[in-house]
Ligand binder design. Structure first.
Ligand code: BV8
Length: 226
């Protein structure tokens, strides 16, 4: 069976990483539009750089949880073709052993030059004006897809969604597009759909289970591999 999985901040919540929609609508004390847009970076590059440095450190200090490990086990088993698309910018899926994660919103581990577009490993703490290892210009930024920017690997994602037998959404509120539209795309392409989330999201799924990812995901994988 070809399984396409989309994960969001909820799968990393039990690893101690904050999700985006805390009740006060603030995210690590910031409004999203003040730190996750190209305009924000233009307007206050130090604030945005500091914000991502703090999240890069938090992600490095966090540990993958049972949900991350269960997805790696599912892929390793080889009984099913598993494609994992994550909206998360942490590397917990990789550190749990999942290979070939599609980071559609970029990754804290990477930086890029907005002059020559070369991508490179991000230092733990980036500094505004750091020079690009490619062209030497002082034009480096976190390799994160901000609001208003095109997500990565959309071609690969469309191919996966149009040929999936099963689409599973884990730990995402379904607020941000185009990711929030994947379930509809998969449904139209004839896939079964399942949501594993703390509470129902805005998406329409054939099956939906509520609970913490560290309980639901290992259970779902065990049932599949049994
Ligand atoms: C694009 C990287 C087009 C940043 C992120 C008006 C103006 C401009 C744009 C738009 C607009 N209207 C709509 C748009 C499009 C916009 C959008 O969707 N906006 C929303 C707000 C309406 N989208 C974009 O701009 C995208 N690009 O459209 O480009 C384009 C076309 C042509 C040419 C150029 C461009 C780009 C969006 C990407 C933004 N970057 N992340 C960073 O991380 O710093 S988005 C960020 O929030 C995440 O990556 C994620 O995608 C998103 C939502 O977060 P979730 O993962 O869902 O987390 P959330 O907190 O919301 O929910 C957590 C869930 O987990 C909850 O349901 C909770 O119940 C559950 N949970 C909690 N604990 C647990 C749990 N579940 C299980 N177990 C637990 N323990």
């Amino acid at each position: 069976m070809k399984i396409v999985i989309l994960t969001g901040a909820g799968i990393s919540a039990e690893s101690g990483l904050q999700t985006f929609r805390a009740e006060d609508g603030l995210w690590e004390g910031h409004r999203v539009e003040d730190v996750a847009t190209p305009e924000a970076f233009e307007r206050s590059p130090r604030t945005v750089t500091r914000f991502y440095n703090a999240r890069r450190i938090a992600a490095a200090e966090a540990q993958p949880n049972a949900a991350h490990y269960a997805l790696a086990r599912l892929a390793e088993d080889g009984g099913h073709e598993v494609i994992l698309i994550t909206q998360n910018v942490d590397d917990l899926h990789e550190r749990a052993g999942f290979e070939g994660v599609i980071h559609m919103h970029g990754s804290l581990a990477m930086a890029r030059c907005y002059e020559c577009n070369v991508q490179f490993d991000a230092p733990m703490e980036m500094v505004v004006g750091d020079c690009c290892p490619g062209c030497g210009a002082p034009t480096t930024r976190p390799d994160i897809v901000w609001f208003g920017e095109m997500p990565y690997q959309m071609e690969e994602i469309s191919d996966a969604l149009s040929t999936a037998d099963l689409f599973v959404s884990i730990g995402t509120s379904g607020n941000v597009y185009p990711a929030a539209g994947f379930v509809e795309f998969a449904t139209r392409a004839g896939a079964e759909t399942l949501e594993l989330n703390l509470e129902p999201s805005s998406g329409v799924f054939e099956n939906s289970r509520q609970g913490p990812a560290t309980v639901l995901v290992p259970q779902w994988v065990e049932d599949l591999l049994a």
